[in-house]
Design a protein around this ligand. Structure first.
Ligand code: RB5
Length: 147
């Protein structure tokens, strides 16, 4: 299996945390596609969430991490795309369960909510946890997309 590629995106409220996560990922040998933004100029979070969702659906990368002020706008926007399951996390338990039981493919974080150390713990556990192959979970995930 080819190595996983990760998409990374942020708005002006999240680019610092996005860049700190990017540095940790690159140091550990992950390949990342940085979708921006990279400075304080005000931008619109949906633009970055949609780019990330489209990148996953096109197969450019397999999962994405998005950061805004709260993580909320990124999650709402990414979840508008069929096949995208985004979770906004501020704890490691939710990060782990969202992968195991819900097969999330987008993680969103709030730079104004979590500090860089907790954010990295969340990223690590989210990346390391596989989606469960238990039929009860795969059945439920299959039912997420409306009919
Ligand atoms: C920008 O001020 C802020 O609204 C945005 O980063 C995000 O928190 C939205 O959900």
């Amino acid at each position: 299996m080819s190595k996983e590629i990760l998409g990374l995106g942020a708005d002006h409220g999240g680019f610092r945390l996005k860049n700190s996560i990017k540095a940790e990922l690159v140091a550990r040998g992950f390949e990342v596609v940085d979708l921006g933004t990279n400075d304080e100029a005000s931008v619109d979070y949906p633009d970055y969430a949609h780019k990330a969702a489209e990148g996953i659906l096109a197969g450019t990368f397999q999962r994405a991490i998005l950061v805004c002020g709260s993580g909320v706008g990124m999650a709402i926007s990414a979840n508008r795309h069929g096949g995208i399951r985004a979770v906004n996390c501020s704890d490691t338990y939710t990060a782990k369960m969202s992968r195991s039981h819900n097969g999330t493919n987008v993680l969103t974080l709030g730079e104004r909510v979590v500090g860089p150390s907790l954010a990295w713990d969340i990223v690590e556990i989210w990346l390391a946890t596989e989606a469960s192959t238990d039929p009860r979970h795969t059945r439920r995930v299959g039912k997420i997309e409306p009919g």
